[in-house]
Design a binder for this molecule. Structure first.
Ligand SMILES: *[C@@H]1O[C@H](CO)[C@@H](O)[C@H](O)[C@H]1NC(C)=O
Ligand SMILES: *[C@@H]1O[C@H](CO)[C@@H](O)[C@H](O)[C@H]1NC(C)=O
Ligand SMILES: *[C@@H]1O[C@H](CO)[C@@H](O)[C@H](O)[C@H]1NC(C)=O
Ligand SMILES: *[C@@H]1O[C@H](CO)[C@@H](O)[C@H](O)[C@H]1NC(C)=O
Ligand SMILES: *[C@@H]1O[C@H](CO)[C@@H](O)[C@H](O)[C@H]1NC(C)=O
Ligand SMILES: [Ca+2]
Length: 831
């Protein structure tokens, strides 16, 4: 075996060991031994900086080294393609691979540095068109760590190309000639020997859909898996893979699936790299550009997830890559190729929208996602959509445009690497003399309801609906002339854009504002003394030992921690760790698509939301899960009459998204309902209740508890939170079928108090809708107000209690303040 010669010279004994083994080729062990050794020996990363950093850190250990692996493909001239080359155990494959490996070695000789650290090249596969797939490995001993950054893709390619040029001058007629060659840095864990059998699969895609799963699915694959699926199809076809279930650990560095439009793990032809768990509403489905595809599964974490269950089949190239055309109806829809699957790499198409003379085209994207690593969305040098001379790429939650004439051309381009879900667009012809019949025409070309003009919300996207307004009595006039809901005043958020809504909010610039609004000199902060009456000047001072204020977090051992929101923030603050106990909460197991817009909640987006059904009336109130046996809700849901106080009349549904499909929800009966003795049905004070379940819940992807905040937890005014529900107190009309969500923000207590003529007690807080145009009623009495903290968990700030009607924009919603009743919850439920 020629490979042995590669280890001559300055290699150390561990590599000589490989050499010896390699002298006995063509046994199955070969691959396994190499695999194991590679795993043991190689410590590498894809990114040069990382490798450099590692090498630097490890330089004191003489035996450690950095390994860099490059992979790609090359086109071969002057050889006939033989199908036997697809069988890696055939003599033809072995002979030809060896010949090419030898050739690659000599190509690297053109660069002395590469030659010095060269370890080996391995040809892993062939495909028709006489394409060969390979990877090359370089090992740099720790003592030479400073040269690691020299191993760039450019340098490798330069060496290969100049080597090919030199050889072509001295070429003999019978010689194999390498033409176009590619090389890109890859993860060493995906470089496999062609003879490897462990977790290596060859699949043939056909017309009929076939299935494959990751090993061990669904109970979970082994940690340290290096699995590869090579999928081929007959010519003139592309391959599509649909992941029915995809659940890999949510850590893309150690655990991931990488899919390539090649038989090499060559990132210049990557289709995508994914990790985490995908909800059913956002499945992963990819398509190749040609008749090959390579899928890699790498798992390194010790905790394993189920893996994936997928189907694969062919799509004829003519179908997968044909798109565009002339759209001459006055309205219609079009999408990126194969949407909502990922579009294939290397596709170009153009749609020409042609509406009657005198009309113009309005184009609206209901979904737009063409995101690639390392792309500046202002330039869009890879995949893009081009409309009227402007390129669009990345991720956009809303995009609408209008044409200048009756013709609009939309060009779509996808390059060789990285694809995405693409877009889904809707167009309509409109009369430029009357662009929005009975509606307001925004400068961004969209039409909005007249009621949204001058309501303080930027509904158009460019503020054109909020200029030239007269403010009404519940609005604040900003210095720049805009009108804003006066509830937005003094909430620390600059709503006006000129800070005029935050200007008269208490203290001078050089003063410290206590939480109760008092103004004191700045130097009172963290001086170890309580200067503010409430102690808020010492509330976030990590070294204010011994100072216990109403803002301090109290550890189980009675010590005080002066840090804002110390509980469950993944930092151990109490010496007894009690701040990080009972923190299995506030997590969404599904990895949700960030751009999920609209008002409909995704399955698993609010896994603590519960629907309370009363007798035969169906959904009546909301609640939240705070442990597997306890739900939190509002007293007023049970104080209507005696029947409502009887636990036997209630059924709870957890994990429910749609009020028509109960089969996936967990149904539990109620053992006990505890309402607050202080509940007042006139003022709605102490509007809190606990429900104990007969049977515990089973936590799952769609059923999870929310974190309860410590009584000292602060949800500051201006903070954005979410209110969810099916809408019980809807003013008119039916309940929503799908769980609704709305973004709201916390309102300054003083401001809300004034607004509500002093009906707010300290057991209540206010929040209001953040975006305009909401005409549904998202809140559910008893449902949660959920707030995401940067430490990564969701906390329940409030319980939906009362408000003046539903989502009338300038009215606040009033919630039971969970922090003020935290001790009551603990007393009665133990949670
Ligand atoms: C090889 O590369 C050249 C230039 O990049 C290109 O024009 C040619 O089409 C390529 N040939 C093949 C067979 O891919
Ligand atoms: C994969 O999913 C399909 C369709 O849901 C199902 O029929 C099949 O049993 C699943 N395979 C495994 C191994 O669970
Ligand atoms: C286009 O799609 C939207 C939403 O997906 C749908 O409401 C509309 O009816 C479609 N229009 C046409 C002309 O197909
Ligand atoms: C609308 O936009 C155009 C340019 O896009 C700008 O010139 C014009 O002033 C804008 N009009 C308003 C009312 O904002
Ligand atoms: C709330 O607004 C009042 C003025 O109305 C201001 O004095 C106070 O500091 C604000 N509170 C907070 C926490 O920002
Ligand atoms: Ca404000």
């Amino acid at each position: 075996m020629d490979a042995a010669r590669y280890y001559n010279g300055n290699r150390d004994e561990r590599l000589d060991f490989i050499t010896n083994k390699e002298k006995k080729p063509s046994s199955r062990k070969y691959g396994i031994i190499i695999g194991v050794l590679v795993a043991v020996l190689i410590i590498a990363a894809v990114i040069g900086i990382l490798v450099w950093f590692f090498a630097f850190k490890e330089k004191d250990k003489p035996s450690s080294r950095s390994t860099r692996v490059f992979s790609g493909h090359m086109k071969l001239a002057q050889v006939k393609y033989d199908e036997k080359l697809e069988d890696t155990s055939s003599q033809e494959f072995q002979d030809f691979a060896e010949k090419l490996q030898e050739k690659l070695k000599t190509l690297y000789q053109t660069d002395p540095l590469l030659a010095k650290y060269y370890t080996k090249s391995v040809v892993t596969a062939f495909s028709e068109g006489v394409m060969a797939y390979y990877w090359s490995q370089f090992d740099i001993p720790a003592t030479d760590y400073e040269i690691v950054p020299e191993f760039s893709e450019e340098r490798i390619l330069d060496a290969l190309e100049s080597g090919i040029e030199q050889q072509s001058r001295a070429i003999q007629l019978s010689d194999v000639k390498i033409t176009n060659i590619t090389a890109s840095a890859t993860d060493w864990r995906m470089a496999r020997m062609p003879t490897a059998e462990e977790c290596f699969y060859r699949l043939e895609a056909e017309d009929v859909e076939k299935m494959f799963q990751s090993p061990g699915y669904p109970s979970g694959n082994d940690p340290n898996s290096r699995c590869q699926w090579q999928i081929r199809a007959s010519e003139e076809n592309t391959i599509t893979v649909n992941f029915l279930d995809f659940n890999i650990k949510d850590d893309c560095a150690n655990d991931f699936v990488s899919i390539f439009d090649s038989l090499s793990p060559d990132y210049s032809q990557a289709i995508t790299k994914q990790c985490g768990q995908r909800p059913p509403s956002n499945p992963l489905a990819v398509v190749s550009s040609g008749n090959i595809m390579l899928i890699n599964l790498i798992t390194d974490s010790s905790v394993q997830k189920p893996g994936f269950n997928a189907t694969y089949k062919i799509i004829p190239q003519t179908e997968a890559k044909t798109c565009g055309g002339i759209l001459s109806e006055s309205e219609g829809n079009f999408t990126s190729p194969l949407h909502p699957k990922f579009y294939p790499p290397a596709v170009d198409c153009t749609w020409t929208i042609k509406v009657p003379d005198g009309s113009k085209v309005r184009l609206k994207f209901n979904m737009f996602r063409m995101k690639e690593p390392g792309v500046d969305v202002n330039i869009c040098h890879k995949d893009y959509l081009e409309i009227m001379g402007k390129k669009y790429c990345g991720e956009m939650s809303s995009l609408s445009l209008t044409s200048d004439t009756n013709i609009l051309e939309v060009k779509f381009h996808s390059d060789e690497s990285y694809t995405d879900k693409g877009f889904n667009a809707e167009y309509t012809a409109y009369d430029p003399n009357n662009p929005c019949p009975k509606q307001f025409f925004c400068n961004t070309s969209i039409c909005i309801s007249n009621a949204l003009k001058c309501d303080g919300w930027n509904d158009c996207g460019d503020m054109s609906d909020e200029t030239d307004c007269k403010c009404d009595k519940h609005q604040f006039r900003c210095a720049n002339g805009l009108c804003k809901p006066d509830l937005w005043v003094c909430d620390t958020v600059d709503d006006c854009g000129d800070r005029s809504d935050e200007a008269q909010c208490g203290c001078e610039a050089n003063q410290w504002r206590c939480a109760n609004g008092d103004c004191l000199p700045q130097d009172v902060i963290c001086n170890g003394k309580k200067d503010c009456e409430d102690g808020s000047d010492e509330s976030s001072c990590e070294n204010a030992r011994g100072v216990c204020t109403i803002f301090s977090f109290k550890c189980a051992n009675q010590m005080c921690v002066n840090k804002v929101n110390a509980e469950c923030d993944r930092v151990m603050d109490c010496s007894d760790n009690s701040d990080e106990e009972h923190c299995d909460c506030g997590i969404r197991p599904y990895k949700l698509n960030r751009i999920v817009g609209g008002q409909d909640a995704e399955l698993g987006e609010w896994p603590w939301q519960v629907s309370l059904h009363f007798k035969t009336q169906g959904h009546v109130c909301g609640a939240s899960i705070i442990s597997n046996k306890w739900l939190l809700s509002a007293s007023h849901c049970f104080k209507y009459n005696a029947e409502y106080e009887d636990p036997a009349n209630w059924i709870t549904y957890s994990g429910l998204q749609n009020q028509l499909t109960f089969n996936t929800a967990q149904r539990r009966r109620v053992k006990r309902i505890i309402t607050h003795t202080g509940y007042n049905d006139i003022t709605y004070d102490y509007d809190i209740a606990l429900m104990e379940l007969m049977e515990p819940l089973e936590f799952s992807k769609t059923v999870q508890p929310i974190c309860l905040p410590a009584s000292t937890h602060i949800f500051p005014p201006g903070m954005s939170c979410w209110v969810t529900g099916w809408g019980t107190v809807r003013e008119q009309g039916l309940l929503a079928k799908t769980l609704q969500k709305a973004s709201v923000k916390m309102i300054n207590d003083t401001v809300c108090q004034k607004y509500l003529s002093n009906s707010l007690t300290t057991r209540m807080l206010c929040s209001g809708y953040l975006s305009g145009g909401i005409d549904a009623c998202q809140g559910d009495s008893g449902g949660p107000l959920s707030c995401f903290e940067e430490s990564g968990k969701w906390f329940q700030a409030g319980i939906v209690s009362w408000g003046e009607g539903c989502a009338r924009q300038n009215k606040p919603g009033v919630y039971t303040r969970v922090t003020s009743l935290r001790d009551w919850i603990k007393t009665y439920s133990g949670v």
